[in-house]
Design a protein around this ligand. Structure first.
Ligand code: FRU
Length: 471
């Protein structure tokens, strides 16, 4: 379909869909979510022209995956966002089944988008083009077409270019799949974002010391802290272990060192980035003040995603809050960006005492900092439960499809908990960001309260958070 035809359908979808979505009590108050339809990966996250820009995978027409668009929002401060013109619409032959994920860089004072043109054939096979689009003065993007064709020796599953500048060259990591269905990450180099040279495979299943490690590694991202290089990626096809890899797909990282000339990446073991239920396809950017920020998709494909109750209101999934990454003692730490304190209403309430004597706190849109002298349980609006037993922290909720209880785990010594809650999301930061647990949940809207239990002392700081709509 032409762009014009697609835009006519978009107008109808927004006009009919928005009033229905607005009635959903599970709409979020301060997270980015789709106006209508399905939102997935954060794309093109960049600070440029004095604003943060975030693009996102979007199916504006339905709560299902399909021919994705790139929506676009921008913000001066990561708190107040506004809608920008839609950036990419899948109208050309080389992207007809979706403008899939990618990234943004600033070149010649213009944002350049690199994304995957996804093309599916009637026999079920597919191909992929890595494409370029350039920012125009009116805030729209002009497509320049494909710049990388399917590399030889890989299946049609090649996607998600993440580009950065290093030592006078542009570099790209790209997810790929070998013919025997092993996930790989490729490294490319360019001088102009147009001509790209494949340098080699830097990581993957059966690369370096890894043996079987999944059939596809989606959304790779490579960045550094001083001399340490971090490769983030989302392996699909890892078997669940007792307490690891419990979600259908994983998001995690390797710590190592990239030799840009030989395209070799020596790295340690895979660390999961999140111990919760929904966290996928994270993407980072470096800010002008030198911080490494991250957005993740607060969703997970192919599992129970479409059993979420928001689907009947015509929308599904959302972004995590913006987070800052730091690197300490060989590990990534994640914390909410400091800008989010702007959402706090007043000074909040401080309370200390025995957990079971704590008052109930409102938790629809709230922030809590908790420290505890011993085991305690926190009921989250009667629909999810957080429990610390002295050895492990567990997050338990009802499975949306089967209604059975399901649990995720973190093992360690708990010093501090930092909890960010929105109408249907939980983001938990453990020990100043040493670990995270991220999840959606769908409490009855009438049950708003958080209740502590336990016989040990706790101290709690609670704030209500202001809503922040996208203009
Ligand atoms: C990850 C992903 C990417 C792909 C995009 C399509 O969630 O599958 O690999 O580019 O989503 O929407």
């Amino acid at each position: 379909m032409s762009e014009i035809t697609l835009l006519k359908h978009l107008a109808r979808s927004l006009m009919t869909g928005q009033p229905i979505a607005a009635q959903d009590p599970h709409r979020l108050h301060w997270h980015l979510m789709p106006t209508t339809g399905l939102m997935n990966d954060p794309n093109g996250f960049i600070q440029a022209h004095g604003r943060y820009h975030l693009f996102y995978q979007w199916n504006p027409f339905a709560c299902k995956h399909g021919a994705k668009w790139w929506g676009h929002v921008s913000s001066p401060d990561l708190v107040q966002w506004k809608h920008e013109p839609v950036a990419l619409i899948p109208s050309e032959d080389y992207e007809i089944n979706g403008c899939y994920s990618g990234s943004a860089v600033l070149k010649d004072e213009k944002i350049h988008l690199l994304y995957t043109g996804n093309v599916k054939f009637p026999d079920g096979s597919r191909t992929a083009w890595q494409c370029l689009a350039v920012e125009q003065p009116d805030g729209t993007y002009e497509k320049q077409g494909p710049v990388i064709a399917l590399p030889e020796g890989y299946t049609g599953h090649v996607r998600d270019p993440k580009v950065w500048f290093h030592d006078n060259h542009w570099y790209m990591v790209l997810a790929a799949q070998s013919p025997n269905l092993k996930g790989k990450v490729l490294l490319y180099r360019s001088d102009d974002l147009q001509q790209w040279e494949l340098k080699g495979e830097i990581a993957g299943s059966y690369v370096n010391q890894l043996t079987e490690f999944g059939y596809m590694w989606e959304c790779p991202d490579l960045f550094s802290f001083n001399d340490t290089d971090i490769l983030m990626c989302c392996p699909q096809g890892l078997a669940a272990k007792a307490y690891e890899f419990l979600n259908l797909y994983q998001a995690g990282y390797f710590v190592g060192s990239l030799d840009y000339e030989t395209a070799s990446f020596s790295h340690g073991k895979f660390h999961e980035l999140d111990n919760g239920f929904e966290f996928y396809a994270p993407q980072t950017t470096e800010t002008e003040d030198g911080r490494r920020l991250l957005f993740g998709w607060l969703g997970l494909p192919d599992d129970n995603e479409l059993a979420q109750p928001t689907v009947k209101y015509g929308w599904v999934d959302c972004m995590t809050c913006p987070r800052e990454l730091t690197f300490q003692d060989g590990k990534l730490y994640q914390n909410p960006v400091s800008e989010l304190t702007e959402l706090r209403q007043g000074n909040g309430v401080l309370w200390s005492g025995i957990a079971k004597e704590a008052p109930s706190f409102e938790g629809v849109s709230a922030e809590l900092q908790i420290s505890a002298a011993g085991p305690f349980t926190l009921s989250l609006r009667g629909d999810a439960r957080l429990a610390w037993d002295g050895e492990k922290l567990t997050l338990t909720r009802q499975n949306w499809r089967t209604q059975e209880e399901e649990t995720r785990y973190w093992f360690g010594q708990l010093d501090k908990l930092h909890l960010l809650l929105d109408a249907s999301s939980i983001e938990l930061f453990i020990n100043d960001g040493e670990a995270c647990m991220t999840a959606r949940y769908f409490p009855d809207h009438a049950s708003k309260m958080l209740r502590f239990s336990g016989d040990h002392a706790v101290s709690i700081h609670h704030w209500l958070l202001s809503a922040c709509v996208v203009e």
